[in-house]
Design a binder for this molecule. Sequence first.
Ligand code: ADP
Ligand code: MG
Length: 311
Amino acid sequence: ATPTAVMVATGVGAANGVLIKGGDALERAKSIQSIVFDKTGTLTKGKPCVTSVKVFSDRKLIDFLELAASAEAGSEHPLAKAILQYVNGESPSDDEFSDQRIKAKNVNWLRKISDFDSVPGKGVQCNVDGKRLLVGNRRLLQDASVDIPSEAQEHLLKIEHKAESEILVAVDGKLEGVFGVSDPLKLDAAAVLQSLERMGLVSFLVTGDNWRTARAVAMEAGIHSDRVIAEVLPWEKVEIIKKLQKDNGLVAMVGDGVNDSPALAAADVGIALGSGTDIAIEAADIVLIRSSLEGVLTAIDLSKKTFSRIC
Ligand code: ADP
Ligand code: MG
C-alpha cells in the first residue's frame, strides 16, 4: 500500500471513531489470528451495580454497609465505586461529576480508616474503628486464612452462575457479608464476537475476576469456555499475550485498564477503549473512540482493504 492509501484508511478510521496510530499497526491488523478481550469495561459496560447484599453475622445492615464502603472509599476500582454508589443510594450514572458527589456525600458516614492497602487483583484491606477489614475476592480472604463457611460458599456460587461478581467482607478475621455486583455485556459484544469467529479469529477472555463468573460472562458473549483465563493477577496479562503469540500467531489485545497496558503494548495490535485509562490509550496502537466493540471489525476491515490491494 502507498502512504496515500494508508492515510486514506487512517482518515476513514478516524471518521468512524477508530483512531489508528500508524501504518504498521494497520498492516498487522489484517493478519490477527487470536484476539484477547479484557472483561470489565471492555466486553462489559464497565458500570458495575450492586444487586444483592447478604450479611452472615448479626451486625446491623447499615453498620455493615458503612464499614465496607469506608474501606472501599480509598479504592479507585470500579467495584469499589459500585459499593459507594449503593451505600449512597445512587444508581450508576454517566455524568462526570458522580465521583465528586460520592466524595461530598461520604462525609456524613465515612469512618476513620488507617493502614489502608490496595491488594492488586484481590481487593483492599484497612483498619476501621479499630477493626481489621478485608474487602475483596475469595483469594484476599484465603490469603489471610479467613474461613468461608458452606452457607457463604453456596451463596457465592449462586452469584457466580448469574455472571455476577462478588465482593466479600471480613471483619477481624471473620466473613461477615457478601455483595453481588452485576456488570452487563455491551449491547454489541455478542454480535462482534460472532463476526470475528466468522472471519476465522479465535477470541479469548482474560480477567482478574473469578473463574465461574468469567465463564458465565464468556458464555453470554459467545466465547468458548476453554478460552477463558481468569483470576489473572495484573502483571500476568502480558505473559498470557506472549504465550499466545508463541502458539497462535499474531495476537490482538483489547482492553481499557491500567493493568491492561503492558499487554496492549506487548500484543501485535493493542486496541484500547476510548473510555479507558490514559495509560491504556497511550500503550495501544488503535483507540476505539466510541468504546463500542464494532471498531475492532472496522480496524480489521480497513487493514484488509488497504493491504490486499496493490497500489
Ligand atoms: P480486572 O481488570 O480483570 O477486573 P483487577 O485486577 O482489577 O482485574 O481485579 C481483579 C479482582 O480483584 C476483581 O474481580 C475483584 O474480585 C478483586 N478486587 C480488586 N480490587 C477490588 C476492590 N477495590 N474491591 C473489591 N474487590 C476488588
Ligand atoms: Mg477492564
